[in-house]
Design a binder for this molecule. Structure first.
Ligand SMILES: Cc1ncc(COP(=O)(O)O)c(C=O)c1O
Length: 433
């Protein structure tokens, strides 16, 4: 069973024995993130097994921003995945993990000039997001006298979802930007257009959306062939695949919510590409994030206090939405490792400890009777959690890696208290003593 596969896969508990959780809590304190090595690796393998796109060569690039704990990024590469990065820091991290630049896809709407230079020098693929950026890449490549490998990110606005929100990314076919980009590429000797890129959303459950946007890509492939008389090497369909992790978005009915079938996505994209590439020469790149990482981390915390308010238990935990911002829009499954009895104590709301009324981690959960000090495990806490967390009022907790169900290693240290002020300076002038 795995958290990442087709629709028949089941939500998976961490399967970690309560004794192990108690000893992790004792040794590292709470809250503490648990990164689950086997689950993550199994998700990487399952995704690679299920995602096929005809006979095309497929490259999967793990999306660092989803969860950039170094131990997980390294595990992804050991499992054969390349890297998708969106900042100079992530680009440096991928290089520091020993990746060859050719295994790195550099995305995002803002790429500082020095990071463009680094990407060119290391032969990473730069996915150009705007005409301004294309100019920056062309000038930098000319200055360096080195070719820039690029892809063009397209803006396929599919359906009437939140199309315009995603419209800030990439180049639009409709607005003539792709056309203008191809003219600029034609006039440059150092720009090598190798691929086209799209990324149409996250937590997607509907393979139709991939098919529709692949059609948009097919039109662009046609256009490149006609205008540049050149064949592309790859099509990058981005990430966005929802995971069978047990977490569901507030916008969905839990019972009806079905994660996407990745083999269906691969088939649909392949059949669209066959229209413009019947010999299947184009490679396909994917950039999975959530589907690999969501179920691969849990947040272990403790009950701080229990209060009754209008007949409902209000439970305050020592971990809040500053660590798990996804709780604002996601139902995370909870389990209660300190309680082995099944006796329910009725519905409870679980709050975080930070000083805002919005710090609600889970509402109306059927939970056993709980007391201060009891452990609570928040599941499916591995996607856009630590990377989106912040130091609202305190340092961030450690992350430990669990391997083989029992080996525990510290993979990210707890930040020190002085993280709140260590990078600050007091002005030297005009201070009253
Ligand atoms: C360009 C790009 N690729 C890949 C991803 C990963 O998406 P997901 O975690 O939904 O698979 C994202 C996430 O926002 C992205 O922006």
């Amino acid at each position: 069973m795995t958290a990442c596969s087709n629709r028949d896969s089941k939500n998976r508990d961490t399967g970690l024995p309560p004794g192990l959780l108690t000893s992790v809590a004792r040794e590292y304190g709470t809250p503490v993130f648990l990164a689950l090595d086997e689950d993550f690796r199994e998700n990487c393998r399952t995704f690679q097994r299920y995602f096929r796109c005809g006979r095309r060569r497929v490259v999967h690039a793990y999306s660092y921003k989803t969860n950039n704990i170094k131990a997980l990024c390294k595990a992804a590469h050991q499992e054969g995945l390349a890297a998708e990065v969106v900042s100079a820091a992530e680009l440096n991290m991928a290089l520091s993990l020993g990746l060859d630049g050719r295994q790195i896809y550099y995305n995002g709407p803002f790429k500082p000039l020095d990071s463009i230079e680094m990407a060119i020098l290391r032969s990473a693929a730069i996915h150009v997001d705007s005409l301004t950026e294309l100019e920056n890449v062309a000038t930098t490549a000319d200055d360096l006298g080195k070719p820039a490998r690029i892809g063009l990110r397209l803006t396929p606005i599919v359906g009437d979802r939140d199309g315009l929100v995603w419209g800030k990314f990439g180049l639009s076919l409709d607005e003539g930007e792709v056309d203008a980009a191809l003219s600029r590429i034609q006039s440059s000797t150092q720009i090598h257009l190798e691929g086209l890129h799209m990324h149409i959303g996250t937590n997607l459950t509907d393979s139709d959306l991939y098919e529709k946007s692949a059609e948009c890509m097919a039109d662009a492939i046609d256009m490149v062939q006609q205008r540049l008389n050149r064949n592309l090497q790859y099509i990058d369909i981005g990430g966005g695949f929802s995971a069978a992790s047990g977490a569901t978005p507030f916008t969905a009915h839990t019972e009806e919510w079905q994660p996407i079938s990745v083999d269906e996505v691969g088939k649909r994209v392949d059949s669209v590409l066959n229209r413009v590439d019947p010999d299947q020469r184009l490679n396909v790149v994917t950039e999975p994030g959530r589907i690999l990482a969501e179920a691969s981390m849990a947040l272990l915390c403790r009950v701080v206090s229990v209060k009754m308010r209008q007949g409902r238990r209000q439970i305050v935990l020592d971990a809040g939405t500053n660590l798990l911002p996804t709780a604002y829009y996601t139902r995370h499954p909870l389990s209660f490792p300190s309680r082995d009895d099944e006796t329910l104590g009725g519905a409870a709301d679980f709050h975080g400890p930070i000083c805002t009324q919005y710090d609600l981690m889970a509402a109306e959960v059927s939970a056993p009777s709980l007391s201060p000090g009891d452990l609570v495990l928040i599941h499916a806490a591995g996607a856009y959690t630590y990377t989106f967390s912040c130091q609202f009022v305190g340092p961030r907790p450690p992350v430990v890696l669990i391997q083989s169900g029992h080996t525990v290693s510290l993979v990210r240290e707890r930040e020190p208290d002085n993280i709140l002020w260590q990078y600050d300076h007091l002005p030297t002038d005009g201070q009253k003593s």
